[in-house]
Ligand binder design. Sequence first.
Ligand code: APR
Length: 233
Amino acid sequence: MEKIVILTGAGISAESGLGTFRDKDGLWTKYPLEDVATPEGFARNPALVQDFYNLRRVGAAAAKPNPAHIALARLQTGWPGEVVIVTQNVDGLHEAGGATGVIHMHGEIAGALCAFCGHRWRAPDEMQVAEPCPACAGPGGRPDVVWFGEIPYHMDTILRHLGEADLFAAIGTSGQVYPAAGFVQEAAARGIPRVEMNLDPSETSPVFTEHRIGPASETVPAWVAEFLNPAGG
Ligand code: APR
């Protein structure tokens, strides 16, 4: 039975009230990403970076999954084939909506990582500068998110899933950040159908075989319904 691999970006969480990055008044229009989403920025001004993620962590914890997150979880339970969700998002809204096995290639804002010993733990709502690591007690606590210049997580697993996919979908991503933006090329190389759901055309739109334009809270449930009750009943 068909294996479906789905890549999501900030656009799927936009209607849950979480900002995107590159839309009008997106996060990167308010904070220079070099200052808040790079290891150099963290070394230069750890307080600014911790504050940036503290704000986003509290926002993400308060946000609710929207019909798009919930529809993908329904697809996972209702579709007889495997449904793998790979997200660039660091919020936990896929899981809050009932999804399982979500692959967070850019990490999770609810997680903390020790820059010294690599220990991971659940981040406090507010992380301090020199946040102490519960394992090594060193002052290396940082958000467990992948910054620009760092290697995304779980790439081997993601590429294996892409190699086994019968259908690829991308939801709410501008297709501007690699390696995620290259996943549709992998799918194209294998000649499988590729559907993009977005408010607007993205950088990688030409590589998709199907486009569903509109807010994810509408396009995703409609798309999922076609799998779960194909007769449209
Ligand atoms: N429904 C569907 N799509 C939407 C909606 C919505 N309600 N609102 C916005 N979008 C689309 C925009 O049209 C855009 O294509 O979501 C996309 C958001 O793009 P970005 O802000 O670039 O977010 P994303 O693609 O997830 O960024 C990738 O860049 O900064 C890094 O690590 C960060 O994971 C992020 C990565």
